[in-house]
Ligand binder design. Structure first.
Ligand SMILES: *[C@@H]1O[C@H](CO)[C@@H](O)[C@H](O)[C@H]1NC(C)=O
Ligand SMILES: *[C@@H]1O[C@H](CO)[C@@H](O)[C@H](O)[C@H]1NC(C)=O
Ligand SMILES: *[C@@H]1O[C@H](CO)[C@@H](O)[C@H](O)[C@H]1NC(C)=O
Ligand SMILES: *[C@@H]1O[C@H](CO)[C@@H](O)[C@H](O)[C@H]1NC(C)=O
Ligand SMILES: *[C@@H]1O[C@H](CO)[C@@H](O)[C@H](O)[C@H]1NC(C)=O
Length: 512
């Protein structure tokens, strides 16, 4: 009962954007918290990101214009794609989705042209900083880029869609380049898209961010504006994605006019259409060299209401890892709520079987500490039942407590020890920084605690801290929150933090 009340309080505080109480000392700015633990080069990295990227969110978001992928995107499945979305002043939109066989987005399989209308509604109170929108689909066309693509997809449409759909691909129709098949037509009441696992719910949650990039040395003055369009996330479970309403985001698109430079992919995607899909350069797969320190590039948002930044240290010599998870109540990561420190060890990586270009590992969380940073979290932890989360009734703001002794923290959904099955990938960005992609968390808030639940897509990348240790290692480690537990008992399973909050949100929605 107490716990439910606290959760409500926590959620309401998040939703209203207000702290319920002010706590002296719990009020630190992000990089001040950082000072407690972060190595100088990572502090530098983060401060640099925060200073140079003076982020503002445009409210209401202005979508008009042309938005493009900045690289090859990976969706759960996996699906490899690039996107090019145009929004017009009369609320109509035309969205291209280009799909590929390979993880470099070099070998196109088919393209979708999606036309419809979008209407912005109100600010989302589940995902602070986002705007909710309604959309209608008018038409969707598909163009196949090979005989094989046509065979595979038309067979799927034939098998899973209704009568009106089998006629789309009459017997004996063979592939010809440039033919567009209309798989959805609102006018004719036809929708054959289910077989594609296609949904456009990403349009129901939008956010536009603007920030300023430092200029290149040879440029004269001022700074360059970058605009990013965040659209709703795609459910990690295939069967859920057709009706899932997003509460988090996918990798953002960037404005075709105001994007980070250089961005070779932006230009290629910008110039493409359904008959000329973007062909990105084949990328050499980088070996996973985890050793060193990695930090979030942005304030990250998770389904449903968590905002956080992450900082990881991997020790390749003995395959141990440490992670800091800084949680906030606001979409710019300025109001801290709590911090988790977790550590453990990880296995040697092997090439991923399902997601080309990825590496599979397992890692174990054996130790964790929690620091409440605001009154709401403090009250929740301090009133948890004895033996379920650190030393009962002895929590105070800004003071760290070991939760290993209680095998985790029930109130936060953390169970120790805990093993997770992971997917990692490394890339180099245009500024030659190393990026580390860690597997997407299951959208249902559960934990990838079995090999079958291993992710097939990635979270926003971490950036290697400048001057990182050069020790070579082929293996890796953690991920989001201190690993949530699962004792196999669905009813008793502690709710992981993300789920905890989204669950409460759903309850409230139902009551409202
Ligand atoms: C699709 O279904 C129609 C009618 O059942 C059939 O004639 C056609 O050969 C099928 N096409 C494919 C590609 O399976
Ligand atoms: C500035 O330098 C970059 C890379 O060194 C180059 O691509 C760009 O064209 C230069 N810009 C101008 C205005 O000279
Ligand atoms: C692993 O190695 C790192 C650095 O080499 C060291 O700081 C850490 O204590 C080691 N961990 C264990 C469990 O031995
Ligand atoms: C935590 O709970 C204990 C026992 O109820 C209480 O004495 C203490 O003041 C609480 N601490 C805070 C910071 O609320
Ligand atoms: C799961 O939890 C329920 C509810 O407390 C309990 O009755 C049941 O025995 C548990 N099952 C297992 C396998 O632990």
């Amino acid at each position: 009962m107490d716990r439910a009340w606290c959760l409500l309080g926590l959620l309401l505080a998040y939703a209203s954007g207000k702290k319920l109480w002010e706590v002296p000392g719990a009020h630190t700015q992000p990089h001040n918290i950082g000072k407690l633990h972060w190595e100088p080069e990572c502090q530098y990295q983060l401060r640099h990101l925060q200073d140079s990227a003076r982020i503002s969110a445009l409210l209401p978001p202005r979508l008009e214009g042309h938005w493009v992928s900045t690289g090859c995107e990976v969706r759960p499945g996996p699906e490899f794609l690039t996107r090019s979305y145009l929004f017009y002043y009369n609320r109509l939109f035309k969205a291209y989705q280009f799909y590929y066989w390979d993880s470099s987005c070099h070998d196109p399989s088919h393209s979708l042209v999606i036309k419809g209308k979008l209407r912005l509604r109100q600010a989302s109170w589940i995902t602070r900083g986002a705007t909710e929108a309604d959309y209608q689909l008018h038409k969707i066309g598909i163009v196949f880029h090979s005989q094989r693509a046509m065979q595979e997809i038309s067979a799927r449409i034939n098998q899973t869609s209704g009568e009106g759909c089998s006629g789309l691909f009459p017997p004996g129709r063979s592939w010809a380049p440039g033919v567009l098949y209309e798989v959805l037509s609102a006018k004719e009441g036809r929708d054959c898209t289910a077989a594609l696992g296609f949904a456009m719910h990403e349009l129901s949650l939008v956010r536009v961010e603007k920030h300023y990039e430092p200029l290149l040395q040879n440029e004269s003055s001022g700074s360059r504006a970058v605009e990013e369009l965040y659209l709703g996330d795609i459910h990690t479970t295939w069967s859920e994605r057709l009706h899932y309403r997003p509460t988090g985001y996918q990798r953002p698109l960037q404005s075709a006019v105001h994007h980070v430079q250089p961005c070779p992919a932006c230009g290629i995607v910008y110039r493409s259409d359904e008959h000329h899909p973007p062909i990105l350069p084949n990328k050499a797969e980088l070996p996973l060299q985890l050793s060193g320190r990695w930090v979030s590039a942005h304030c990250e948002v998770r389904p449903a209401v968590l905002f956080l930044t992450r900082y990881f240290i991997f020790h390749g010599t003995n395959r141990t890892w440490e992670g800091y998870y800084y949680h906030y109540s606001d979409p710019l990561c300025k109001q801290p709520t709590f911090t988790i420190y977790a550590s453990g060890h990880y296995t040697k990586g092997v090439p991923a079987s399902k997601v080309r270009g990825g590496t599979e590992l397992a890692f174990k969380v054996t130790y964790a500490r929690v620091t409440p940073m605001d009154q709401v979290t403090l009250t929740m932890l301090n009133s948890s039942e004895p033996g379920t989360c650190g030393e009962a009734s002895s929590w105070s703001a800004g003071v760290e407590q070991d939760i290993t002794v209680t095998n985790g923290c029930l109130a936060l959904g953390i169970k120790l020890p805990h093993t997770e099955y992971e997917l990692f990938k490394m890339e180099q960005d245009m500024k030659d920084r190393s990026l580390l992609f860690i597997g997407e968390r299951p959208t249902d808030g559960s934990s990838p605690d079995r090999p079958e639940k291993r992710p097939t897509s990635y979270q926003a990348p971490l950036i290697q801290c400048a001057g990182a240790m050069g020790i070579f290692s082929k293996h890796s480690s953690p991920n989001y929150l201190a690993k949530e537990g699962n004792n196999g008992n669905e009813t008793l399973k502690p709710l992981p933090v993300a789920l905890l909050l989204s669950f409460t949100a759903m309850q409230l929605l139902r009551w409202a």
